[in-house]
Ligand binder design. Structure first.
Ligand code: KG4
Ligand code: ZN
Length: 338
């Protein structure tokens, strides 16, 4: 079964062709990072305009690179939630229009669920397991009984983990996306230089809070009265702040996963989302969570992409054997757990 995947929930315009939920024949990702770099975050209006220009070329390229035409496609899969509503609408409208014109069924896919599914592409996993989403928009620990069957264990109460990386980078005057830059700086820094603390939520041991540590970084960088000049920070100070921030965040995520794995008796932990691109995170989790089997997505499947959308759609089709109606609406927020 050949599935055309389409993704436009945030700042990547992506299209891919995936066979039988696993074999990636093509995966085209048109990143908009250059557009948003100077603003320290994604500017929705700019993102939408770029999606309009980039969507059809991305789809054409995905078909061409997979050496197929629309005649070979069995299903069109589009991420329809959650994300920037205007951005989603562009991919969703493109998918519906293609479906209407060709008669090929279309199916809406939950973007965050697809991030988790990415770890299953090319990896055999036994259920039940623990799923961990670490992305720019989401931070969550879930109990997974199979593809499509999830129970939320813990999620963030404020910023998502990737968002915290981006905001800390912005405080240091560094461009968007901040995650990879913080990782790079942290490699040279001292992770124990600053005693930042992770946020804990009373009565909710699995929930996250990253806004406190973000503020501690700000106070450390600018001083208690926040009057210090970022331009005067030395390279070493930035490296130490990045390393200390990253350490406390990873330790927090690790401790919550460890506790969840013990409580739910899970032997396997699967990871998904852009922050799992971070090699320090992978090494840290592999060194700490030694009693579990850890499954990370291939690195090309960690950031936003359409291959994970087409991949998950294969399973949805197997379960339902039918597509979605054209009345399916884009949603900026949507839970995917029971
Ligand atoms: O999953 P993703 O592509 O988009 C969402 O669905 O949110 O994640 C993007 C996020 C951004 O916040 C980016 O800074 C972060 O992933 N990220 C990283 C790294 N690469 C990307 N964070 C930490 N270390 C990295 N190497
Ligand atoms: Zn994403």
């Amino acid at each position: 079964m050949y599935i055309l995947g389409i993704e436009s929930t945030c700042d990547e315009t992506a299209a891919a062709v995936v066979q039988d939920g696993e074999h990636i024949l093509s995966s085209v990702i048109a990143s908009q990072a250059d557009l948003h770099e100077e603003f320290g975050g994604v500017v929705p209006e700019l993102a939408c305009r770029r999606h309009i220009d980039a969507m059809l070329p991305a789809i054409e390229k995905a078909l061409e690179r997979a050496s197929v035409t629309m005649n070979d496609i069995d299903l069109i899969a589009v991420s329809y939630a959650p994300g920037l509503i205007g951005a989603i609408l562009i991919g969703l409208s493109a998918g519906k229009a293609l479906s209407l014109a060709t008669g090929i069924p279309f199916i809406g896919i939950h973007h965050v669920e697809a991030h988790l599914y990415a770890a299953l592409m090319g990896n055999q996993v036994e259920f039940p397991c623990i799923g961990v989403v670490l992305s720019g928009g989401h931070t969550a620990i879930l109990h997974m009984e199979g593809v499509g069957s999830y129970r939320m264990i813990g999620e963030t109460q404020d910023d998502a983990i990737g968002e915290a990386f981006d905001k800390v980078a912005k405080m240091m005057g560094l461009p968007y996306p901040g995650g990879p830059i913080i990782e790079e700086l942290a490699i040279k820094g001292d992770p124990l230089a600053y005693p930042f603390k992770s946020g804990q939520i009373k009565g909710k041991p699995y929930d996250f809070s990253f806004s406190g540590v973000k503020t501690s970084v700000l106070y450390t960088l600018k001083g208690q009265n926040r009057s210090g000049l970022i331009e005067q920070l030395t390279k070493t100070e930035k490296e130490n702040a990045a390393a200390s921030f990253q350490r406390v965040v990873f330790e927090d995520v690790y401790a919550k996963i460890e506790r969840a794995a013990a409580e739910y008796g899970a032997k396997t932990i699967i990871f998904g989302g852009g922050v799992t691109n971070n090699m320090t995170l992978r090494d840290f989790m592999n060194a700490k969570l030694t009693r579990s089997r850890l499954v990370f997505p291939k690195r090309e499947l960690t950031l936003d992409n359409a291959a994970m959308i087409a991949g998950l759609a294969f399973h949805k089709w197997q379960q339902r054997k039918e597509g979605d109606p054209y009345s399916l609406e884009a949603r900026s927020r949507l839970p995917f757990t029971v």
